[in-house]
Design a protein around this ligand. Structure first.
Ligand SMILES: [Cu+2]
Length: 309
């Protein structure tokens, strides 16, 4: 079911092939909506032409000042409103709520911070210790694009990359989005996932890539003059390729730290509650730990909170 080809109508409207586990559901609803709109268009067009002919001047020389007397149209309109309310409140909102609330277990997931800026995507990964280092907007400079705090122990082995993110195939990926300047939108058209990246907030999104390859990351919000060029690359690797990439990045970041013991694949940062330190996914049980609160709204780039011991 997952690997079914894209419906012709979606392809005609420019939808790229799906590469994520949940994407086919979105494709189904798109396909349904396109056909439904086509039927409505044909139906209303036919009705319009009928009305033009039926009420032409030749047949109705004198205007009727009374209009419709039956209540049918009122009842019809009420029925349409009712059906739409049931669809929205009964189906659409609960289904959407389920998708955005049911986050994968962080022990299985790859967790990445994506920070938008005019006009690039920065990615921040925790490195071998599995902990995100502290970030501070006042430390942002040309050589420190995310404002990583050099005094933060957890940040010493962190990986920061610009523009290109690698992830392993068939693993849930949680991307915690934020922004350094204006509102951007972290959009992965092939993964059927997108999330606004908002200054002062950390908002997670998740998806599971099911096909290896290179996919475009775009900015889905008009964020300034260079918006059109705000593109990145999501490379979905086999597990082996991903390990090799991770190893290379760790070496480039100059750390010799041995990875902490973990039941995850070799070289990968350990999972668990501590790695998802910045923000609890929506709907997650409250831990009572104040560090799980997002940064205040007036802080342009939220810090990673202090990590658990
Ligand atoms: Cu942007």
């Amino acid at each position: 079911m997952i690997n079914q080809p894209l419906a012709l109508i979606n392809e005609l409207f420019g939808q790229p092939p799906n590469a994520s586990e949940h994407g086919f559901q979105i494709d189904h609803i798109l396909e349904f909506s396109q056909w439904f709109m086509a039927v409505l268009f044909v139906g209303w067009s036919a009705f319009f032409i009928y009305v033009l002919v039926r009420f032409r001047k030749g047949r109705n020389p004198v205007a009727d000042h009374e209009g419709v007397k039956s209540g049918i149209s009122t009842h019809l309109e009420f029925a349409v409103v009712l059906i739409e309310a049931v669809l929205l409140i009964g189906f659409a909102i609960p289904l959407w709520g389920r998708y955005v609330n049911e986050f994968p277990e962080s022990k299985d997931a790859i967790i990445v911070h994506a920070v938008g800026q005019q006009f690039n995507w920065n990615f921040h990964m925790p490195g071998p210790d599995g902990q995100f280092g502290k970030r501070d907007i006042s430390l942002v400079s040309n050589s420190n694009s995310l404002g990583l705090d050099p005094a933060s122990e957890a940040g010493k082995d962190d990986i920061v990359v610009l523009g290109e993110l690698h992830v392993p195939v068939n693993r849930p990926i949680i991307v915690e989005t934020s922004s350094k300047d204006v509102i951007h939108n972290f959009a992965l058209p092939h993964m059927r996932a997108a999330q606004d990246a908002i200054p002062g907030q950390i908002i997670p999104l998740w998806f599971t890539p099911i096909k290896t390859g290179s996919y475009e990351i775009v900015c889905g919000q008009l964020c300034g003059l260079g918006h059109y060029g705000m593109k990145g690359n999501l490379v979905v690797d086999t597990p082996e390729e991903y390990q090799a990439w991770l190893k290379e990045r760790v070496e480039l970041s100059g750390t010799q730290a041995a990875p902490a013991p973990t039941d995850r694949p070799e070289g990968e940062p350990p999972g668990g509650g501590n790695i998802q330190g910045s923000v609890a996914p929506p709907g997650a049980p409250k831990t009572g730990d104040p560090s799980n609160n997002p940064a205040p709204a007036n802080s342009p780039a939220p810090d990673a909170p202090p990590q658990h011991p």
